[in-house]
Design a protein around this ligand. Structure first.
Ligand code: ZN
Ligand code: ZN
Length: 177
């Protein structure tokens, strides 16, 4: 089906209700992580799955490098990604039974609902990478961005448009004298 072997943990195959997992994803297996984030190096993930009643606990660590566009100049910025995660899953049936009864606590709100059979590690890894990448990304703190008129990278120098914007006013003043 899929071109790459996806990593999924089937809970009915968990020996003794728990298991360790480790996998190295090639960048092309996960790219694009989303429309702004791409991996530039393989992503190594390690973790543990533990089944407890109707709940599943997934703990792990993912490490890779990603590239993101600068919000202002669109230049590619590369950054290391290193994230620990601790997730909790419950089945949809369990979730509905609980949410009807009492108000959900803060901790329960962060619980993910799943089908009760499979944990999709690919999705977990993608999500964790996105959470680890800052939502606002600048190539440098004082990035000047690009000119909206001509697309010139203003970090490299000013373009003509900036001056043209100012010129008409000076030109008008000149005409008055
Ligand atoms: Zn920039
Ligand atoms: Zn310009």
């Amino acid at each position: 089906m899929a071109a790459f072997c996806a990593m999924r943990i089937e809970l009915e195959n968990l020996e003794g209700g728990k298991s360790d997992f480790a996998h190295v994803y090639q960048p092309e297996e996960l790219n694009p992580v989303d429309e702004r984030v791409q991996l530039t190096e393989p992503a190594a993930v390690t973790g543990k799955v533990r089944l407890s009643g109707n709940e599943v606990f997934v703990n792990g660590h993912v490490e890779t490098r990603a590239q993101v566009e600068c919000d202002r100049c669109l230049k590619t910025v590369e950054l290391p990604v290193s994230a620990d995660f601790a997730l909790e899953y419950i089945t949809g049936a369990e979730y509905e039974a609980n949410s009807g009864a009492a108000e959900l606590t803060e901790a329960e709100m962060s619980v993910s609902v799943f089908d009760g059979e499979v944990i999709d590690v690919d999705e977990v890894v993608k999500e964790q990478i996105l959470l680890a990448v800052p939502t606002r990304m600048l190539c440098r703190e004082d990035c000047k961005g690009i000119c909206p008129e001509c697309g010139t990278d203003l970090n490299a120098g000013e373009c003509k448009c900036v001056k043209d914007d100012i010129d008409p006013r000076w030109a008008a003043l000149k005409n008055l004298t």
